[in-house]
Design a protein around this ligand. Sequence first.
Ligand code: PHE
Length: 352
Amino acid sequence: LESSNLARIEAAADLAALDEARVAILGKSGNVTLLARTLGSVSLEERKVLGPQINQMRDRLAARLEARKAELEAAELEARLAADRVDLSLPAPPRRRGGVHPTMQVMDEMIAVFADMGFGVAEGPDIETDFNNFTALNFPPKHPAREMHDTFFLPPDANGERKVLRTHTSPVQVRVMHRTNEKLPGWIASGQEPPIRIIVPGRTFRQDSDQTHTPMFHQIEGLVIDKGIHMGHLKWTLETFIARFFETDRVTTRFRPHHFPFTEPSAEMDVQCDRSGGEVKIGEGADWLEILGCGMVHPNVLRNCGLDPDVWQGFAFGCGVDRLGVLKYGMPDLRDMFAADGRWLAHYGFSA
Ligand code: PHE
């Protein structure tokens, strides 16, 4: 039986035939399996002799099957390597390349402008504590301003704390300035000693969607803290930024009084522009364009972060990145920015 089985194994010309041989020999009703089953009906003495013999034969056959399998696999690989050819004359499949998204492009341009003015970059998480997003920024508890921001609240955690998707990049002001740990359980202290001169690019969230609003958008925040800082520094910084960003040397700005809980005085900055030609021309003309919110950092915010307002003063501003991009590139609807439509991106030259 063993020699006929071995012959059958040697004769298998490919892996399929070898597997058939394996089933016929060692399978459920293979000839060796059936033979082993006959041991049940022989005498004990005979079984003591035959049992080990059959087992050993089965092991030898199994080993031979394995070895033959390896041989056949190697042969198949050999054959495939010999037959395969790389045809360099075949046309290559078209390759689609990604590009930098307009928002990120605009962000990079803004960061470059501020980096030239000596600003560093700070970042914070999208999910914020209520303290960082509101309380430390001088939003009184239950104050309607919290609702004004159309906040996305997260379900309360095990401690009953309700986190938020940050509604602005201003909480990073707190993260950068905060020098005491007591007020904020779980706070990772990174507060830096003034002078501080940073910008904060990042994602922000509000429940809002129309031609000029998307529930997720991007802001760039600015924060300067030093001794003797005043509105003049704020104005120069923002005018210089706008002129460089829009690549013009003529910018006329208008600061309209406004209210933010975290700045006093607060203002919104408009830039003079010309809309008569369809697209917006920054720098001159009969129209005004609202660009950003800004102001002098409120003494309460400094105090909340452990800084003495009699020693330190500062200014801050926050500006919608996508909105400025839409303006700079003449895009009609902000929502298109996040529609992930390759044709739209290509139209504005943002993908290859
Ligand atoms: N955080 C404000 C907003 O999102 C903008 C702002 C930032 C205003 C800093 C003043 C100072 O509306």
